[in-house]
Write a new protein. Structure first.
Lengths: 350, 269
């Protein structure tokens, strides 16, 4: 592009002189220095300054009122009062007023401070040159001399017994911190390897809390079961259900591809752990047409018609299957615990 | 006979004849009338099946086969029951617009009478879940809290905590439950349409289905309470985080830019 095509206003002012037309016009990269300080209206006009002062004070006063409003709404509104506020809908009067007043109180402090700084505080430009990172030679020499004198005075080089025991003491002190890490335990020991399931435990429907019977479970249905004897208000209910939760589905036996799965099922009724083997999310997004089950956390997908094999996602191994059968009263029962630990892998899982 | 004939002019003869005639009419009526009514019902039922068959041949047979036996384009309808038909056709999912990962809800093509006829025909192919009655699906008086419990245990994994729906694999999804009629929610639980597993009465009794419907009705809709403020689609931390980053932080950046763009100097340059 030739210079003729560049519009006049886009060219540098010194264009002509920079091409050597005027020798000694100076260095084209010279530091132009700071632009001249320009005052604000508040610096010139005392009435404007007072207006600004009043505006800042007004914002701070509003903030105070908002804080008082916060305390007042905390006192006035009962927790369960619901009001209609457009466009939010039917919301809690307490939450809404607390949020609005606290938000206003903080926002007005911010705007007041910004307005104060922009209009009233000194805005004179100040330049501060950087200093060199390296210290002056005299300072360096003095530090080295001080160090040598200190080492000599303490006699650390001569009294080796003191020096060595001091190093030992300093090295051992952090060990107490390391020992305290033991309190992160106790180790789970065998707890990850077993669940409440055992031979003869009935499968209880978590909807009705009644034992499941084979005729209850139809093809295409999904039911969740827990071991009999586990009470929802038991102190360890969450600990136990987190390992023992079961998904019960029914697949026509000829559609079960995995031989072991078919043997461990009862007439096509299969029981799989509901805990994902990746990081232990409850997993039950079951698609009854494909027999795939999807984990909502990281999209691991298992094929329940093929031994719950992982077909997608980060899970490391198949969902454990519980071997089930029918007892003499016609109820579904477990034929033992899971053969492998349920849920995510752990260091010693093997 | 002569004796009877001799008394035919007796003053009470007319009364006797009248009583006999009344008894005969009443007896005949008692003998034939109920049978006649049953016959009428039977006729109405078979008429509905016939009408349904006609509608079926036009609208459904190309995919589901001429006898509901199913083809490569559509599953067999033997044993799906009238509830499945009422749900699929009543929500506009059937007849399907095109094959794909999932057949979406759309405008309902048949009126309720036609849907009932189609349902009667499909139900005649094999026993299956029956369309529920008004009182079976009425959530009035149901236990909303228990329904919430059941919903979180059985439904929330796919339909989200308040029934807003969510994604499944390969383009399939669990639909939003807001505005779905109690009858259709009930039928979906009963029959398990498309990817959804079924929750039959044997594992989830009728009362529990009502509780779930009551929960869905309570947490959705214009009147439902949202104490925390804007529900943002009820999708949880994803939409909340997105809102915070875009509108919260975005607003603060916009204010900062506005403040910096307006000089405080007396003489504008």
């Amino acid at each position: 592009m030739s210079s003729q095509q560049i519009p006049e206003e886009n060219l540098p002012v010194v264009q002509d002189t920079a091409h050597g037309a005027v020798e000694g016009a100076g260095d084209p990269f010279a530091d132009p220095g700071l632009p001249a300080h320009r005052p604000r209206i508040q610096d010139i006009d005392e009435r404007a300054a007072r207006r600004s002062e009043r505006a800042v004070a007004f914002m701070f006063t509003l903030s105070m009122l908002a804080t008082i409003g916060f305390i007042a709404s905390y006192v006035i509104f009962p927790v369960d009062k619901i009001v209609y506020i457009w466009p939010l809908g039917h919301v809690s009067a307490l939450n809404f007023s607390l949020g609005m007043t606290l938000g206003l109180a903080l926002f007005l402090i911010g705007t007041g401070a910004v307005h104060w700084a922009r209009t009233l505080m000194s805005d004179v430009e100040v330049a501060d040159d950087r200093h060199a990172i390296e210290a002056e030679p005299e300072v360096k020499a003095k530090v080295m001399a001080d160090f040598a004198a200190g080492a000599k005075e303490s006699a650390i080089g001569r009294r080796k017994l003191i020096r060595n025991t001091m190093f030992g003491a300093l090295a051992l002190v952090p060990l107490s911190g390391v020992v305290l890490l033991r309190d992160l335990g106790p180790l789970p020991e065998k707890k990850l390897r077993s669940t409440l399931w055992a031979k003869g435990k009935l499968l209880v429907n978590m909807n009705t809390m009644e034992p499941l019977r084979p005729e209850d479970v139809v093809v295409g249905s999904l039911t969740f079961a827990m071991p009999e004897g586990l009470e929802e208000d038991a102190h360890d209910f969450q600990t136990q259900i987190a390992k023992a939760a079961l998904m019960i589905i029914r697949i026509e036996p000829e559609n079960i591809k995995d031989k072991r799965e078919r043997e461990w099922a009862h007439e096509g009724i299969v029981a799989f752990s509901k805990i994902c083997t990746h990081v232990g999310c409850p997993i039950s997004l079951y698609e009854q047409q494909t027999h795939h089950v999807l984990c909502p956390c990281h999209q691991s997908t298992f094929d329940l018609s093929d031994g719950a094999r992982v077909i997608f996602g980060p899970a490391g191994h198949a969902l454990p299957q519980l071997r089930i059968g029918v007892n003499s009263e016609g109820n579904l029962e477990a034929l033992g615990d899971f053969e492998e630990p349920v849920g995510p892998a752990f260091w010693e899982r093997g | 006979m002569k004796k009877l004939s001799a008394r035919r002019r007796h003053p009470l003869a007319a009364v006797v004849v009248l009583l006999l005639a009344l008894a005969a009419t009443g007896g005949l009526y008692a003998a034939f009338a109920p049978a006649g009514k049953a016959q009428a019902d039977e006729t109405a039922q078979s008429l509905a099946i016939d009408e349904g068959k006609k509608l079926y041949s036009v609208g459904c047979a190309s995919c589901h086969g001429s006898g509901g036996q199913g083809t490569t384009d559509g599953p067999s309808l033997v044993g799906v029951g009238s509830a499945a038909v009422d749900f699929q056709v009543g929500t506009g999912r059937m007849p399907a617009q095109q094959p794909g990962a999932q057949v979406p809800k759309k405008k309902v093509i048949y009126n309720q009478a036609e849907i009932d006829q189609l349902a009667a025909y499909v139900a005649s192919l094999g026993a299956g879940p029956i369309t529920p009655t008004e009182s079976q699906v009425d959530p009035a008086g149901a236990d909303v809290a228990k329904g919430g419990d059941l919903f979180r245990n059985n439904c929330a994994q796919c339909h989200n905590f308040t029934g807003k729906g969510g994604a499944l694999t390969n383009g399939k999804y669990a639909p939003d439950l807001e505005g779905v009629s109690p009858k259709h929610i009930y039928e979906a639980m009963q029959t398990g349409p498309q990817s959804m597993p079924s929750f039959p009465d044997s594992t989830m009794p009728e009362q529990e289905k009502k509780d779930i419907i009551a929960y869905i009705e309570t947490v959705n809709g214009d009147e439902s309470e949202s104490p925390g403020g804007l529900a943002l689609g009820g999708l949880g931390p994803v939409s909340e985080g997105l809102f915070g980053w875009i509108f919260g932080l975005g607003g603060l950046i916009a204010i900062a830019v506005w403040v910096a763009a307006h000089t405080a100097k007396a003489k504008k340059s």
